[in-house]
Design a protein around this ligand. Structure first.
Ligand code: XMP
Length: 308
């Protein structure tokens, strides 16, 4: 990348000439790529860019509030609670690829509705170089997308030539908080791929609470600067435990903590044992539905980072 401030100035001019007076829309996830693409584009076209954050009911604890706080003064932000639509369609679905497919479909439907309502003509995306290089080198940068109900949007990808480290540098230059710039990746389908088996509000909530404890303790230990991803998985297994004198039958939670450069490979490093024990104790004490916490020690390959 050129010098970041030159890149920003050049991109602003290019975005202005490409989009003109038209309205544009972007799906803001709160991850670094869509955050940087949103703020950069908003610098170029102001409130003609609407950043849409869709709450699918599978977010981490406090995520919608966090995104609102971080972006409400920087962007023309629209937060859409579509959780009942997503969770309704996902009821009883067990297969992770089926979950991903449904979430993708519902997402596009929700997004298209809003784009139509706003009269958007352009779709800004936070695509970065590895995204298109890995998807078999689709190199064309000017293309349109037709949404399922017929809306055609012109795709604009202001950071498509950049790599993750460059996106982070750009984010800092754009004044984004460190917490956004250095955020761990979170999959689009969210907790749907971290709650194994059929999704219920109860299971999503257990996973969300256990995950919040993992994130809190990892940050407390300063391990967030070392790890690529760290999270809790709620398995579909129930195991026997004992609370006081009473036998209990609750969920098994698995802790997943990996180092990686690019998610293509990953390894589980040595972890501070006291921290792991503390996380386990906190989860079983604070999330009563959980009777057992295990630690995943498998690298990628042969395992994947996510469990589903
Ligand atoms: P795996 O589990 O394949 O994950 O080792 C590699 C990286 O991709 C993320 N991931 C996803 N991201 N939608 C996403 O946006 C998905 O369906 C998805 N599945 C995995 C995962 O968190 C890791 O960073």
């Amino acid at each position: 990348m050129l010098d970041p401030s030159t890149f920003i100035n050049d991109s602003i001019l290019e975005l202005q000439s490409k989009i003109g007076d038209r309205k544009a829309i972007i799906a803001l996830s709160g991850g670094v790529d869509s955050s940087v693409a949103s703020v950069l584009s908003s610098r170029a076209i102001g409130s003609n860019l609407v950043a849409v954050f869709v709450d699918h009911g599978l977010l981490r604890e406090g995520e919608a509030e966090y995104v609102e706080k971080a972006f409400k003064d920087r962007l023309n932000l629209r937060i859409v609670d579509a959780s009942s639509e997503f969770l309704g369609r996902l009821e009883g679905v067990v297969d992770p690829e089926e979950k991903r497919k449904i979430i993708g479909e519902v997402f596009i439907n929700v997004f298209e509705r809003i784009a139509l309502e706003l009269g958007a003509e352009c779709l800004v995306q936070g695509t970065i170089a590895p995204d298109w290089i890995e998807s078999q080198g689709q190199i064309k940068s000017h293309h349109n997308v037709a949404l399922p109900h017929g809306l055609v949007l012109e795709i604009v990808e202001p950071i498509r030539e950049l790599y993750k480290d460059e996106v982070r540098i750009l984010g800092s230059e754009l004044g984004l908080p460190d917490e956004i710039v250095n955020r761990q990746p979170f999959p689009g389908p969210g907790l749907a791929v971290r709650v194994i088996g059929a999704l219920t509000p109860e299971k999503i909530n257990i996973c969300r609470k256990a995950n919040a404890i993992v994130e809190e303790e990892i940050k407390e230990e300063g391990m967030d600067e070392v790890l690529w991803q760290y999270f809790a998985v709620l398995t579909d297994s129930k195991v026997t435990g004992v609370k006081g004198d009473i036998r209990d039958y609750g969920y098994l939670v698995v802790l997943r903590m990996v180092e990686s450069m690019d998610a293509m490979t990953a390894n589980v490093p040595e972890l501070p044992w006291v921290m792991i024990k503390r996380i386990s104790q906190r989860i079983t004490a604070e999330v009563p539905e959980v009777t057992h916490v295990a630690l995943s020690v498998s690298d990628k390959p042969p395992s994947t980072i996510e469990f589903a």
